[in-house]
Write a protein that binds this ligand. Sequence first.
Ligand code: MRU
Length: 348
Amino acid sequence: MPVSTIEWAGRLGGHVRMVDQTRLPLELAVIECRTVQEVWEAIRHLRVRGAPAIGIAGALGAVLAVQDSPAGTVEAFEDELRTACAYLATARPTAVNLFWALDRLQRTAAQHRHLGVLALKDRLLAEALVILEEDRAMCRRIGEAGAGLLRDGQGVLTHCNAGGLATADYGTALGVIYRAHEQGKSLHVYADETRPLLQGARLTSWELMQAGVEVTLICDSAAAEVIKEGRVQAILVGADRIAANGDTANKIGTYGLAVLAREHQIPFYVAAPASTFDLATACGEAIPIEQRPGEEITEGFGRRTAPHGVRTYSPAFDVTPARLITAFITDRGLLWPTFAEAIQRVLI
Ligand code: MRU
């Protein structure tokens, strides 16, 4: 990435700096968030998006919320932190990384309450930065773990954006592609445009072109034909939440690709860090699915493309059943079926 997707500017007393992804690919604009409300707004409106990046934004947003707290006691400080985390948790419901990061900050505060309010503020900023750095390292390990699954000359189809823009750096699904590319494999990536917000068109194709990876942008509805023509030997996507049995929520349209992969007998891989596995959620039906405003379909990017008054339905994510997934590519290695057991063994 030419600039960091998201970072903390300065020390305690600083602020959050992030790429405004709504302006890509026309403009690589960086915004500064100085209040927790600005971070909430950035998450809600997808200025920062992608499960791991949302988690990092949540953690940094919580620090912003409490760094100037006038609380005189640790109890009052913890109350403020709890309120801020509860607020940030309302920004988007599906990516579990947000809740995972907010829980982690609150647990850190509980473990270090003996430090007192002033030192706790420093400790929370340090923890949020550890979350960011860990994500960077996890993506590299995912890339390393998965690159061997891709062979020279293959066509790989991906959906939405699971790249450096969706993480601290490098990406999950795209991390695997970047690593294979670094190993000298020549891959041809087919990027679904990803209606309605076009993360594939605006972000994935931009990222891959920056990295010098060969990429062809296709309409979502072209995926079946492109696969039938024999152009794709593997499908590789990221995840927003993986239930304990392996059922996986990812960008709307992912489930259809998994069905296509099964029909055409090509592998369907999901790349994700440990922070995207939600062991408290037993199966896919229990994953909350975000509903997006209909205007994103009827007048996306400022141009009306449907009649006024038409009814819409716009789930932002779908759930791919575990039985359609060939393997998970994680920072702790590859997980093969049976996933419920593999997840327990590797991730606990
Ligand atoms: O709505 P978005 O753009 O936040 O959705 C993102 C995705 O669905 C990604 O595929 C997922 O978060 C994986 S990111 C490494």
